[in-house]
Write a protein that binds this ligand. Sequence first.
Ligand SMILES: CCCCCCCCCCCCCCCC(=O)SCCNC(=O)CCNC(=O)[C@H](O)C(C)(C)COP(=O)(O)OP(=O)(O)OC[C@H]1O[C@@H](n2cnc3c(N)ncnc32)[C@H](O)[C@@H]1OP(=O)(O)O
Ligand SMILES: NC(=O)C1=CN([C@@H]2O[C@H](COP(=O)(O)OP(=O)(O)OC[C@H]3O[C@@H](n4cnc5c(N)ncnc54)[C@H](OP(=O)(O)O)[C@@H]3O)[C@@H](O)[C@H]2O)C=CC1
Length: 515
Amino acid sequence: MSMIAAFYSNKSVLITGATGFLGKVLMEKLFRTSPQLKVIYILVRPKSGQTLQERVFQILNSKLFEKVKEVCPNVHEKIRPISADLNQRDFAISKEDMQELLSCTNIIFHCAATVRFDAHLREAVQLNVTATQQLLLMASQMPKLEAFIHISTAFSNCNLSHIDEVIYPCPVEPRKIIDSMEWLDDSIIDEITPKLIGDRPNTYTYTKALGEVVVQQESRNLNVAIVRPSIVGATWQEPFPGWVDNLNGPSGLIIATGKGFLRSIKATPMAVADVIPVDTVVNLTIAVGWYTAVHRPKSTLIYHSTSGNLNPCNWHKMGLQVLATIEKIPFESAFRRPNADFTTNNFTTQYWNAVSHRAPAIIYDFYLRLTGRKPRMLKLMNRLLRTISMLEYFINHSWEWSTNNTEMLLSELSPEDQRVFNFDVRQLNWLEYIENYVLGVKKYLLKEDLAGIPKAKQHLKRLRNIHYLFNTALFLIIWRLLIARSQMARNIWFFIVSFCYKFISYFRASSTLKV
Ligand SMILES: CCCCCCCCCCCCCCCC(=O)SCCNC(=O)CCNC(=O)[C@H](O)C(C)(C)COP(=O)(O)OP(=O)(O)OC[C@H]1O[C@@H](n2cnc3c(N)ncnc32)[C@H](O)[C@@H]1OP(=O)(O)O
Ligand SMILES: NC(=O)C1=CN([C@@H]2O[C@H](COP(=O)(O)OP(=O)(O)OC[C@H]3O[C@@H](n4cnc5c(N)ncnc54)[C@H](OP(=O)(O)O)[C@@H]3O)[C@@H](O)[C@H]2O)C=CC1
């Protein structure tokens, strides 16, 4: 019997960010392994015209939750959506709901965050710092609370190259930042943002680091732990391989590559691609919840959920495997034939962006105009290149993360728990994982049917022929122009033609002699 699964039976769990990528997988695993769990409270806001109930209904009816319904048929009764907006004071939770949360919650998993790299500092501070502070305050009023697990990111200290499982101090106190966001206007915030974030690449990593300091300073007597995942990717094993439902991290780039939009990228081929499957992160998080509640470590423990130091894979290997998989199971209606070249300096990057990305987009837009349609490809391409410029930092640096606490926790688990809540990334086979990831992107993100693969392959063949035809035509046009304008080009041309003629004549003569 799994000790961890037994621990969560009859517990009331509170999850923030349960409608997000990680939150959904966390909820699924908790219900599947501990069907006796009492209730999971989820803080949800109405979104895109959907009520809370509609959002929960949609999650429960997704493919991700199919297995859960077999082991926990009354799962819908055990999810209790609470209307909340983490940007509002007291999260805009009603008095009755707040009372219930305060009196019943046993474990909190705080996953909600803005993960956008371009979020305005005020917005990022509000969600990643102030909301964390408010949630800790709420937690301190929960008499039955056994553990508070905060999800941060392994990149919160990405300005360092070696990162230990400790909280690093921030030059400016989080409380001062929170206060200043209340009275500074946007233009001043914009001005001071680069100075505040310093050598971090964006407001996301900066505010996640502030969030950790807040957890450390404001946890009072709570049992608190922090989990720091690196780049969270599709599921490795559970509930089935390759599940993914958003474009963050590598998923968006896999689509862009598979559809032939993105054909080269500025990346350091040998830099470590520190991707970690979402189910590995979730297994560790659930185990951390159990360990923190049962063993009550004296200080706040940080757990790195990373792959680089135990089972490294680099971007070159990842790119090759993505391409190899796409060749076997191509995506439908590709714009161009997929390719994944890595450029290493700004000049070649700009060159290939112009030649391989913008020029085909302009030509395609011209074709759309000619056929009476609205041009859209250049706009799309510029957005993609902007997205890539924001991710570039993470594909051109390598980090070393120590994983002592994570390894200690693994050794504390019973063999059964090590199996049920496996977070030993050393067992991951990258080639198999990437193949399932690409397949998952095709099935669950693009919603493409595998029956369409022969047609997609046919389409790629057509694109290859167009590519050859286009290149030949371009070569001939350029050559014709050169010959018309330059004596040297004409001389070279005559030299090549006479050389070919002599070559053919020689072969003809020698074959006649043999006969
Ligand atoms: C050969 C293969 C090599 C693989 C190579 C992988 C390298 C992969 C490195 C990742 C490194 C992360 C390492 C940090 C890990 C954490 O700790 S953070 C968690 C991850 N967070 C993220 O990835 C967030 C990144 N995304 C963003 O910040 C915002 O989407 C952006 C990039 C600022 C774009 O903002 P925006 O212009 O307002 O656009 P948004 O509305 O979000 O989306 C615009 C369009 O771009 C698309 N899009 C959004 N995100 C992406 C994306 N990542 N890719 C492509 N398209 C995207 C959307 O679908 C949308 O298209 P339409 O629906 O309009 O057609
Ligand atoms: N994905 C990754 O690569 C990595 C993620 N992480 C961390 O993991 C955690 C989860 O990330 P992930 O699941 O990928 O992110 P998602 O963007 O998929 O999910 C974010 C969640 O936060 C919720 N949320 C955002 N704003 C509010 C708000 N104002 N009120 C209530 N809820 C809100 C979202 O709700 P809604 O659905 O309503 O928008 C959503 O449920 C984050 O803390 C992130 O920093 C760390 C490393 C890497």
